[in-house]
Write a protein that binds this ligand. Sequence first.
Ligand code: ADP
Ligand code: MG
Length: 253
Amino acid sequence: MNTHFLDEHLRSLRLPAMLAEYKRLAQGKDDRLNYLGELAALEVGKRHENGVRRRITAAKFPVIKTVEAFDFSLQPNLPKRRFIELLDSTFIGERQNVIFIGPTGVGKTHLLSTIGIAACSNGHRVLFTTAAELLMSLIAAKREDRLKPRLASLDRYDFIMIDELGYVPFEREATNLLFQAISNRYERGSLGITTNLAFPDWTQVFPDVTAASAVVDRLVHHAIIFELIGESYRLRSRKGLAVEKDGLPKRPK
Ligand code: ADP
Ligand code: MG
């Protein structure tokens, strides 16, 4: 019997004595090896499942979204295959950033969450936050003279998602803090960003043009960028609902 997987399982479960002795104790009996193999596989599976659940909870996703629930036909310009590739999380190992740009309601947060959840399944430590929330926590940390440890605490995540960057104009102090957080991360960990701002417009929300271009430079340098277009999905479905309630046939205008 091929015991390759059993060896792997016992190693990953950190059971060195069992690994060293199970063959001797099985006395060449395949049914014993099968039994142990099944038990070990069960334990590995359960621990993996628990780990994924723990990482998803720790990431604090606002909602759980799946790739199956995303209607790609509404985003014909989005390179679907390139997006799907992100679900294997290799971009995280390569310290790449992922950026979704587009107006409200087109699915930026949905898509970003999807790759975040996949990252949790692939064993990565992940954090989901909004730009406003992150800034508030950095400002509070700075006031309490804990900025350095706060920035360092972000280092333990393999992938940090910052939702809604650019929705509110930043104060000078906030820009500076955000800049520090992004610089700190530069080439050391992955960021996932959603924003309604095209890069040339970043100078409008950052009080300082130099700071704006420095942030953009660092974000974009190793980034995979997706631009989403179109009408808000919520608005679209609300219109759809209204039509159905009226009992009128849906007719494109
Ligand atoms: P954004 O972050 O761009 O403002 P969201 O990702 O929050 O938009 O999307 C708004 C809502 O519409 C969410 O409930 C999302 O799941 C849904 N949605 C948006 N685009 C699509 C789509 N193409 N297919 C399915 N659901 C979508
Ligand atoms: Mg959003």
